[in-house]
Design a protein around this ligand. Structure first.
Ligand code: FAD
Length: 286
């Protein structure tokens, strides 16, 4: 964990682009509440295959203009052509956006097998560097518990290294509940000579059914003791949310004490669960 400790901790909040006018209004309220704690940046997800191309762009511009806080678009290459990616990069550059989260993406089911022209996130990072030089600070994804499609942890670490060698500046992890998985991942990166910040991605637990669904698709393990306790509440949403807040607060505390260089919150466009953890950690006072 030595290399991580030298990076100044940073804190960021992720949104998805709303689909409806009501969602847009709701996000404005959430964004206002979260702006008040002055995060390092916001980010906005991108539907692979370009399914949210305009909504992501509009949300990024709205959040950055209204908050005055740097806002990073996510961009995924699967299903998009080089020309489409180039056009988007140039639009963001022209608007003064200088941070981007570069991903391969997962095509939504039903979008067929159209793979686009770039296969892996490392190809996208290379493409962004070829097209725009050092303009963007590039974030990439990291998987302390292995990406579900990777044939082995070793191969996945090599894939992560390829993204860094292609020009990524920092990384955000998939969410996880096993501190050791993060520690071993970071130590393996150190052994490969990688010293970029590997910021922890944190998913506040609010709805247990949703957590089960997301976790099975993204490969995040929910430890047995958490499942047993959550299932013991038999759908009592208030108790689930309270225990979730305690578990995730403890997880963040442990990771920050270990030297994690910051937290990226998957807010799911809700302010309260993230702010509760933020306040429990006393982050505004630090
Ligand atoms: P890659 O790094 O390309 O890896 C994908 C798989 O390919 C891995 O199994 C890897 O081991 C393997 N691989 C990579 N390179 C090679 C190679 N050269 N040879 C063989 N195998 C290789 N998804 C979205 O659609 N939109 C979003 O906005 C979004 N935001 C995200 C934000 C964060 C912080 C994270 C952690 C994930 C996000 N995702 C998003 C999910 C992500 O797109 C998926 O996890 C996707 O399956 C992999 O994307 P990647 O960028 O990690 O891909």
């Amino acid at each position: 964990m030595q290399t991580q400790k030298k990076h100044k901790p940073r804190f960021s909040f992720e949104f998805f682009p709303p689909k409806t006018d009501v969602g847009v209004e709701k996000l404005q309220v959430v964004r206002e509440k979260l702006s008040a704690v002055n995060p390092s940046f916001f980010s906005v997800t991108y539907g692979a295959g370009g399914s949210t191309r305009d909504r992501t762009f509009d949300t990024v511009m709205q959040v950055q203009k209204q908050s005055g806080i740097c806002t990073a678009p996510h961009l995924s290459c699967v299903g998009d052509t080089r020309a489409e990616l180039r056009e988007l990069l140039n639009r963001y550059k022209a608007e003064g956006i200088n941070r981007i989260v570069a991903l391969r993406g997962d095509l939504p089911s039903g979008m067929g097998a159209s793979m686009g022209e770039l296969r892996y996130a490392s190809d996208l990072v290379s493409f962004i560097r070829e097209e725009t030089g050092d303009h963007f600070h590039i974030e990439v994804a990291a998987y302390p518990e292995k990406h579900p499609q990777a044939s082995s942890m070793t191969n996945d670490l090599q894939a992560f290294k390829a993204k860094v060698d292609a020009g990524a500046n920092s990384a955000i992890t998939q969410y996880f509940f096993n501190v050791d998985a993060y520690k071993f991942f970071v130590d393996s990166c150190e052994k490969m000579g990688l010293d970029l910040p590997i910021v922890v991605g944190i998913m506040p637990i609010t709805n247990y059914e949703n957590l089960l669904r997301f976790s099975s698709s993204c490969g995040a393990e929910i430890p047995r003791w958490i499942r047993m306790r959550m299932e013991g509440f038999q759908g009592d949403t208030k108790s689930i949310a309270l225990l979730g807040e305690e578990i995730v607060t403890n997880l963040c505390e442990e990771l920050l004490a270990l030297g994690a260089p910051g937290i990226h919150f998957y807010t799911m466009n809700q302010a309260e669960p993230t702010l509760a953890i933020w306040n429990n950690l006393g982050l505004s006072q630090k």
